[in-house]
Design a protein around this ligand. Structure first.
Ligand code: DAT
Ligand code: MG
Length: 135
């Protein structure tokens, strides 16, 4: 393992549902470092850039509409093995299949509003950090 950066995002359903604090606590509990944190309303361009790999899939249009539907919390996280640690903390993509104790398992219900986003590799993290924290 090495010190890595990863991009996390608390999605609109979790922000609207008052879950920011509890999710941030779980991130802090890992010992990883919060380097940047910002409440923001994504632009369509940012949403499309983040989810470019899914363009053309049946759920793409609703995914983009959802992620720009309300404010999100953007997070730049760093630490040893940060990408994998955060993916494990988040749990499976579909909250119905995510293990209890994971963020999606505990705070989510359906795949289309699955509480948070997290980079799936170091390469994805570099790309996503550049989109959301360009400075
Ligand atoms: P992850 O967010 O775990 O990396 P992904 O990259 O495969 O998952 O998909 C991106 C987002 O798209 C996911 O968080 C929720 C949505 N999504 C994925 N599969 C879906 C499906 N079958 N139906 C509806 N939304 C889906
Ligand atoms: Mg993904």
């Amino acid at each position: 393992m090495a010190v890595e950066q990863t991009y996390l995002m608390i999605k609109p359903d979790a922000v609207a549902g008052g879950k920011i604090g509890r999710i941030i606590s779980r991130i802090e509990d890992t010992g990883l470092t919060i380097e940047r944190m910002e409440l923001a309303h994504l632009t369509f361009e940012q949403a499309a850039a983040n989810y470019a790999e899914h363009e053309g899939k049946p759920f793409y249009d609703s995914l983009i509409a959802y992620i720009v539907s309300g404010p999100v919390v953007k997070l730049l996280i760093s630490g040893e093995g940060a990408v994998a640690v955060c993916r494990k903390l988040m749990g499976a993509t579909n909250p119905a299949e995510a293990t209890p104790g994971t963020i999606r398992g505990d705070f989510g219900l359906t795949v289309d509003a699955n509480v948070m986003h997290g980079s799936d590799s170091v390469e994805s993290a570099e790309r996503e950090v550049a989109i959301f924290f360009p400075n």
